[in-house]
Write a protein that binds this ligand. Structure first.
Ligand SMILES: Nc1ncnc2c1ncn2[C@@H]1O[C@H](COP(=O)(O)OP(=O)(O)O)[C@@H](O)[C@H]1O
Ligand SMILES: [Mg+2]
Length: 363
């Protein structure tokens, strides 16, 4: 007698040639039927070369035969291209965006990723800022290189694991001087590799740290992966808000349609190291609220400007990991609220669709 659960367990042990994840978590198996000594199911082999399909068939049949030597195994290959979703192993893909550089996107992305991890989730962090990658510095992995693996004859990039989250950045692959000369089509190609050639594990959240504004990278992303939601980062002053609205409008274009789930207002007030009870609103106020209203979303957090937040980023140990620092709770609350808003989004709205190729960037 063949055990249904045993078959699932076996298929969990076999890698999908496209993603490097297992066949079950990639949802490639369908119509699994077990009866007495027979088992049958279909495998979605869309995008696989014939030689790869052959190897995959061998691998599956071999593993089942190992466990059930006398089984009748009927494996049916299907190619329903539309049914294979890039990053199917990732439940939520969150883009962190802003109008301007230097507002704290990377700091927010990193602390958000680690905050969600602290809440018990499985988290990845993709550094999509190919011109100015700062995740390697913020996670203290500047000298690390991702491992390259062979999978069914193709090269795969294994994300770097640090503080329990998985990450990939151009800063871990090329030297900083090389990154600045990358241009349009090359950038898009790298982003596609970050999606398709990296063996991301099963994740609850993949945070994408975007470059500022709206450009080739943002466009490639919305055409390559179904982004569940976007979080906008802004500082409190009016000019930052005007830029953020432009960036936000790209996500809101009719055929892109990525919901904005909330606003993070960064550097809302300055807290001096020697007078922690003081609050100086050096960049004005109201920007986050205005943007939340404009986007019909919510303010996820107002974060203080504190020297230690900057230091923690530079030292590669983000502040959210510091149990002795007051700032930790700001980021944990931000992560909690982001998870809540995302749950609401998933309850109320349909999953995001990847957009067609003829979208023009605005702003
Ligand atoms: N709340 C904050 N308090 C202190 N420094 C901050 C804060 N947020 C960001 N920074 C610092 O400001 C600089 C720019 O932040 P960064 O996250 O790299 O911005 P972006 O990714 O938007 O360009 C970094 O040196 C970072 O450490
Ligand atoms: Mg950045």
């Amino acid at each position: 007698m063949i055990d249904n659960n045993k078959i699932v367990e076996i298929l969990r042990g076999i890698q999908d040639p496209n993603s490097g994840n297992d066949l079950i978590s990639m949802r490639l198996i369908d119509k699994l039927k077990v009866r007495d000594n027979s088992v049958s199911f279909s495998v979605n082999t869309s995008g696989m070369a014939d030689a790869v399909k052959f190897q995959l068939h061998e691998a599956i049949a071999h593993k089942i035969q190992e466990e059930y030597p006398n089984a009748n195994v009927d494996i049916h290959f299907t190619t329903e291209a539309g049914k294979v979703k890039p990053l199917a192993q990732v439940k939520n893909i969150i883009a962190v965006a802003s109008g301007k550089g230097g507002v704290g996107k990377s700091t927010v992305s990193t602390n958000l990723a680690l905050g969600l991890k602290a809440l018990g989730a499985k988290v990845g962090l993709m550094d999509a800022d190919l011109y100015g990658p700062s995740i390697p510095t913020m996670l203290g992995i500047k000298d690390q290189k991702p491992k390259i693996e062979q999978l069914y004859g193709k090269h795969r990039i294994r994300p770097i694991e640090k503080f329990g989250i998985y990450t990939i950045s151009i800063g871990n692959i090329v030297e900083p001087e090389q990154a600045v000369v990358l241009r349009g089509p090359r950038l898009g190609g790298i982003i596609k590799q970050f999606v398709n050639d990296v063996t991301w594990p099963e994740l609850d959240y993949l945070i994408i740290d975007l470059p500022p504004g709206t450009g080739d990278i943002q466009l490639t992303l919305v055409q390559t992966v179904p982004i569940t939601a976007a979080v906008m980062v802004t500082t409190p002053q009016d000019v930052a808000v005007a830029d953020a609205i432009k960036a936000m409008n790209m996500f809101r274009l009719e055929n892109i349609n990525v919901p904005i789930i909330g606003i993070v207002e960064n550097m809302s007030w300055f807290i001096p190291d020697d007078m922690p009870e003081k609050k100086y609103k050096i960049f004005g106020e109201g920007g986050g609220k205005a943007l939340a209203k404009e986007s019909k979303s919510v303010l996820l957090a107002q974060l203080p400007l504190v020297t230690d937040i900057r230091k923690a980023g530079d030292q590669g140990i983000p502040i959210v990991l510091n149990d002795d620092h007051l700032a930790q709770s700001y980021y944990i609350q931000m992560a909690q609220k982001t998870a809540q808003q995302l749950a609401v989004r998933n309850e109320m709205l349909a999953p995001t669709q990847i957009v067609g190729v003829n979208v023009q960037a605005k702003g």
